[in-house]
Ligand binder design. Structure first.
Ligand code: FE2
Length: 347
């Protein structure tokens, strides 16, 4: 696999102060550097993860994809050039700004600026969140996931799969063509949605504690027009999350409890709906708009869908007693090992 994780993102924004307030008091990111034209933020042991740049236009953003080492970066550059993708070897001054050893840049089929790098710099000091959260689940999983709306789904999918080494976690054909792609055990680092207006729909950050998300939800509810999508749970990565409007024209998904996938063994799964188990009111409107044709909306989900919570070691207490629905769910899967490998792995 060529790309290992999403290392950083950069966004262009006219109002640095609005972004700083949102990134710290709402998200809990740690402010690092402040200049007249740029603000940077930490979310874990990396020197920086989010860069907000006044020089870029509101629509300009870049995604920093990490590869293993210099040889992997050279291999990726050669592969892109062989596919007639224009690749730029960036100067050391830019590598210094990104706090990486070396980087290249290129664009995906929809014009998103992508950077690939190796050798990220770690911070000297422990991460200090700007508000009282337990922390972000990032590290080797990368800083989260980006959901991109693309003009030509098949071309975009081929680019991310064949050139960058992404693999499909799951996908849907109707009512919209979409695929969720992984590069490590995070269920997806990128999702691609066929859409007439290309761009980034949202960026996801995952917290260690459900309470971090709930307290962030309380805080967001206290700000006019901040919550774009209500609290809910996704059916594919099992994340419990809500979505916020940002000072830019994309959303931030703030979530907890996404499942991991077994990368070597995983086979792509087709979904018949992307409707959430519950909640997430506003999600489809945020994708399709208020006047979307009926065919754009997913069918109502069947009732009674559920899945185990996904927890890290130490962040749970087992209760006494038995769970009838869990026994009914898991026993048939052991009898048929081809069913739902992720559920078996979770038990
Ligand atoms: Fe998401």
């Amino acid at each position: 696999m060529t790309v290992q994780a999403l290392g950083y993102i950069g966004i262009g924004a006219s109002s640095l102060d609005d972004w700083s307030d949102f990134a710290t008091s709402q998200l809990g990111l740690q402010p690092v550097d402040t200049t007249a034209s740029c603000r940077t933020f930490r979310m874990d042991d990396r020197r920086q993860r989010l860069i907000v740049d006044k020089e870029g236009s509101g629509a300009e953003r870049y995604f920093g994809w990490e590869v293993a080492d210099a040889a992997a970066l050279d291999t990726l550059a050669a592969k892109l050039e062989a596919a007639r993708v224009v690749v730029r070897q960036e100067p050391s001054a830019l590598a210094d700004q990104r706090f990486v050893r070396d980087l290249i840049s290129f664009r995906d089929p929809d014009g998103n600026r992508l950077e690939a790098f190796h050798g990220p710099l770690l911070a000297d000091e422990p991460f200090q969140p700007a508000r009282a959260i337990s922390g972000f689940r990032a590290g080797a999983l990368g800083m989260g996931h980006a959901v991109l709306m693309v003009a030509d789904f098949d071309i975009a999918l081929a680019f991310y799969q064949d050139l960058l080494g992404f693999r499909i976690s799951d996908f849907i054909r109707n009512p919209v063509k979409a695929a969720f792609l992984h590069v490590n055990p995070r269920h997806h680092s990128v999702a691609l949605f066929q859409h007439p207006r290309p761009g980034m729909h949202h960026f996801m950050m995952e917290l260690y504690s459900l309470d971090d998300v709930g307290q962030g939800y309380d805080r967001a509810l206290g700000v006019d027009n901040r919550v774009a999508v209500t609290l809910g749970r996704h059916p594919n990565d099992y994340m419990t999350s809500f979505y916020m409007r940002t000072p830019s024209n994309f959303l931030i998904e703030y979530g907890w409890g996404a499942r991991e996938i077994d990368v070597p063994a995983h086979q792509p799964e087709e979904m018949n709906t992307i409707a959430s188990f519950w909640g997430h009111d506003g999600l489809m409107r945020s994708v399709a708009g208020d006047h979307a044709p009926p065919g754009h909306m997913p069918p109502p989900p069947p009732e009674g869908r559920r899945a185990p919570v996904q927890v890290v070691e130490g962040n749970y207490r087992k209760l006494s007693g038995v769970c009838p629905w869990w026994d009914a769910t898991i026993v048939p899967q052991f009898e048929n090992p081809k069913n739902n490998t992720h559920l078996k792995a979770a038990c």
